[in-house]
Write a protein that binds this ligand. Structure first.
Ligand SMILES: NC(=O)C1=CN([C@@H]2O[C@H](COP(=O)(O)OP(=O)(O)OC[C@H]3O[C@@H](n4cnc5c(N)ncnc54)[C@H](OP(=O)(O)O)[C@@H]3O)[C@@H](O)[C@H]2O)C=CC1
Ligand SMILES: CC(=O)[C@@H](O)[C@H](O)COP(=O)(O)O
Ligand SMILES: [Mn+2]
Length: 380
């Protein structure tokens, strides 16, 4: 029986993780979980699973839950997340929090020798240079949950690192893949949230529409698979059935295909190196696919991808600035405060005013993250 801590249990990845666990209750037990503000969703999950340790963001929610459920243990805020991420009962921490908030609990969980199933890509973008050596030093497994990175991980089984020629990172193109640059000026939040292939949380869905998501994923792949940026090729693949692939030195291309369903990468991260059936999944029918398409991304209409790769290549503190600026601008767009194309402009401005430092410490990252947020909020 594997014992899990699930951070961000009330989100899109979190609730699909609960589905996986409910389907395989003989294999997994959630011993601890965290939510943000969605207490209704949290209580729904609590009704299905007898999880003992639970963290929320607000003290008032903690007080309400403690009164209503005296037999469970409640925690609060970042400190609470760290407490449940380092709990001795857990073997593996699945981090499905969105954004920079996932960074500190991940570091503490690694230092407590927990394996990490990582959906929270922002942590790797900001601090890959800290996370990867820390994981190695503590001898823990860092298991990708992001669908493309899971596909790459699956396609790498049995291979040697020096056999990789490049990574083919696929991208749906997001909600606006066929829009002209002119049309992008006036798109609405509702249109941006209408992803063609995946049902996900709001922040990542907007990131898919700008293509910042793919930029973050390039940086994530650089760190997870120890490859140069020039070895990562992004391909627009509107059908989202080839979830990514490896081109090997002999020209063989090995990828992972399947229905777009996050339960597979979530489950594989939890069962690796074994596989289990997925509950009520539709069989993947190749004959039902009329054709598959692969094209190069258009960085004129979607400059965010290029900007993110530039941040990754610059390295040091620049990806932290990219991420913080994007988190603030993405939220400002969702709140109706700026227009879609302003997201890119604000991130670019934040990067331009930043003097990157090499190899930033955790404290420096925390400071740069805060300063960048303040800078972008003032512009908003
Ligand atoms: N959704 C998907 O299919 C995929 C997601 N990912 C990545 O996984 C991560 C989660 O994505 P997704 O599930 O879509 O996101 P959601 O927005 O659906 O869920 C985010 C979760 O994090 C919690 N949360 C939000 N802010 C904070 C905070 N400051 N402190 C603590 N907890 C917080 C939320 O709580 P609450 O809702 O209770 O407020 C919720 O439980 C992201 O990094 C995303 O990029 C990667 C690949 C695919
Ligand atoms: C499901 C998943 O992993 C998302 O990150 C997905 O990749 C988003 O789709 P885009 O390819 O449109 O960014
Ligand atoms: Mn992805």
């Amino acid at each position: 029986m594997k014992k899990l801590t699930v951070l961000g249990v009330t989100g899109s990845i979190g609730t699909q993780t609960v589905d996986v666990v409910l389907h395989h209750q003989d294999q997994f037990e959630i011993v601890a979980m965290s939510a943000g503000h969605n207490i209704n969703k949290l209580e729904e999950i609590m009704a299905k699973l007898p999880v003992e340790h639970i963290c929320v963001l607000e003290e008032k929610d903690q007080a309400y839950l403690e009164k209503k459920y005296p037999d469970r243990h409640f925690y609060c805020g970042q400190e609470g997340m760290i407490a449940i991420a380092t709990l001795k009962e857990a073997d593996i921490v699945l981090n499905a929090v969105v954004g920079f908030a996932g960074l500190l609990p991940t570091i503490q969980a690694i230092e407590s020798h927990k394996d990490i199933a990582i959906a929270n890509k922002e942590t790797l973008v900001v601090a890959g240079h800290i996370i990867m050596p820390l994981a190695k030093k503590n001898g823990i497994k860092l298991l990708p949950v992001d669908s493309e990175h899971s596909a790459i991980f699956q396609s790498l089984q049995g291979a040697h690192h020096d056999e990789i020629r490049k990574i083919l990172l696929t991208c749906s193109g997001g909600s606006f893949r066929d829009y002209s640059f002119e049309d992008l000026k006036d798109v609405t939040v509702a249109q941006a949230l209408n992803h063609p292939n995946w049902s996900m949380g709001a922040k990542i869905t907007i990131d898919s529409a700008t293509l910042f998501n793919k930029g973050l994923e390039v940086i994530e792949a650089h760190w997870l698979f120890d490859v140069d940026y020039d070895q990562i090729e992004v391909l627009i693949h509107p059908e989202s059935v080839l979830h990514s692939a490896i081109e090997y030195v002999d020209g063989a291309v090995i990828g992972q295909m399947g229905t777009p369903d996050m339960r597979l990468p979530i489950q594989y991260a939890l069962t690796y190196p074994d596989r289990l059936p997925i509950g009520d999944s539709h069989p993947f029918d190749l004959t039902a696919l009329a054709s598959l398409h692969f094209t190069k991304p258009d960085t004129i209409r979607f400059p965010a991808l290029k900007l993110a790769i530039q941040a990754g290549k610059t390295g040091g503190s620049m990806p932290c600035v990219l991420n913080a600026a994007n988190e603030v601008a993405n939220k400002a767009f969702r709140d109706g405060k700026i227009r879609f194309l302003d997201i890119y402009r604000l991130v670019e401005e934040a990067m331009k005013q930043h003097q990157p430092i090499e190899n930033p410490t955790l404290d420096e990252l925390l400071e740069i993250d805060q300063k960048t947020r303040t800078f972008v909020m003032q512009k908003v």
